[in-house]
Write a new protein. Structure first.
Length: 337
């Protein structure tokens, strides 16, 4: 059923988020036709005359158009569209547009535009290789107004310098080691900044090949000669054996802005506790980005150190885990008091 408000002349769904009217001004109607026949017009906020879900679909389509506008500007090397212009095109106020954009995409318009440009830089650096083009060309072609602004955040964006990224990790030295733990084989890799990968599996050679594929131009070397690396390796094995101990490993975390937010939320889950994908999405302020959260969990390269094994389905059952559901179950059991 629906309710109408005499003082405003509109009728609403019972779930409308509008301010509740005084009871003496309210009438009830079984259908929208009844409300309109009584002289009331549909609320522009809850849109009771539309099919359920239509408003969400319309908002998603509107935000998709805004995303395309941001991406088109980046493709043409133009500055990011102003939020006021995007809001006007969407027929919304600035605050309403900003809030809606973050709900749908999980990012603010500015953060989305930055990520679009960062993605274009990554693609340009990867495709130009070492033979043609320059790093500066890639930066300006991606829409950055100055290379200084990009270099200021390049380490967080790429996990390394742009020149190193362009060469597929060329010039970057990654120390790694493979050992055995209670869950099978474990690979630990680290740059000078800290541990950049922790892989679990059954085949040690497959883990090394995975690392090689991720950094085809990097120099991979054994970490046995570095005392600090040996300590990190031991700490990882101890963490796998008993996740309750926690760790103070220096981490070289690489990912998009959205992935970084998800991984930070994962690290905030207490030992012995779990969270659902929906809860993580709500925690980072993107309640509709459940699938994107699941994808970020799957992209995590730091097993146990970033505890994606603590994320479960809404019904509490175990979902997919990059290193095997059985390992996920064992890790959770080891964290249980």
């Amino acid at each position: 059923f629906y309710y109408s408000v005499r003082t405003t002349g509109v009728y609403c769904r019972t779930s409308c988020a509008a301010r509740r009217p005084r009871r003496e001004n309210v009438a009830f109607h079984a259908t929208t036709a009844d409300a309109e026949q009584a002289g009331f017009r549909p609320c522009r906020r809850c849109r009771p005359d539309e099919a359920p879900g239509a408003a969400a679909e319309r908002r998603a389509a509107t935000m998709a158009a805004a995303c395309r506008a941001i991406e088109d500007a980046a493709d043409q090397g133009e500055p990011q569209p102003a939020v006021d212009d995007l809001a006007a095109a969407a027929g919304m106020t600035r605050s309403h547009f900003h809030r809606s954009f973050k709900v749908v995409t999980g990012l603010t318009p500015k953060a989305y535009a930055t990520e679009v440009r960062n993605r274009r830089v990554r693609q340009a650096l990867a495709t130009t290789g070492g033979a043609t083009g320059t790093v500066t060309d890639a930066i300006y072609d991606a829409g950055f107004n100055s290379n200084g602004r990009f270099y200021a955040t390049s380490s967080a964006t790429l996990g390394m310098t742009p020149t190193t990224y362009r060469a597929g990790g060329g010039g970057l030295t990654i120390r790694f080691g493979v050992g055995e733990c209670s869950l099978g084989s474990v690979l630990v890799a680290a740059t000078d900044a800290g541990v950049c990968a922790i892989f679990l599996g059954d085949d040690a050679d497959a883990l090394v090949h995975d690392l090689e594929d991720r950094f085809p131009g990097a120099t991979l070397t054994g970490g046995e000669a570095a005392a600090a690396f040996e300590q990190w390796m031991s700490a990882v094995v101890a963490l796998v054996d008993d996740p309750r101990t926690g760790h103070d490993l220096p981490l070289d975390v690489r990912g998009t802005a959205f992935q970084q937010r998800v991984w930070q939320a994962l690290r905030a889950i207490p030992v012995g506790s779990t969270a659902t994908y929906s809860e993580i999405a709500a925690t980072i302020g993107a309640p509709t980005a459940v699938r994107a959260v699941a994808a970020a969990c799957a992209a995590n390269k730091l097993a146990v150190a970033i505890p994606c094994h603590r994320v479960v389905r809404t019904d509490g059952s175990l979902s997919g885990y990059r290193w095997g559901v059985d390992r996920k179950r064992l890790l959770l059991e080891r964290e249980t008091p």
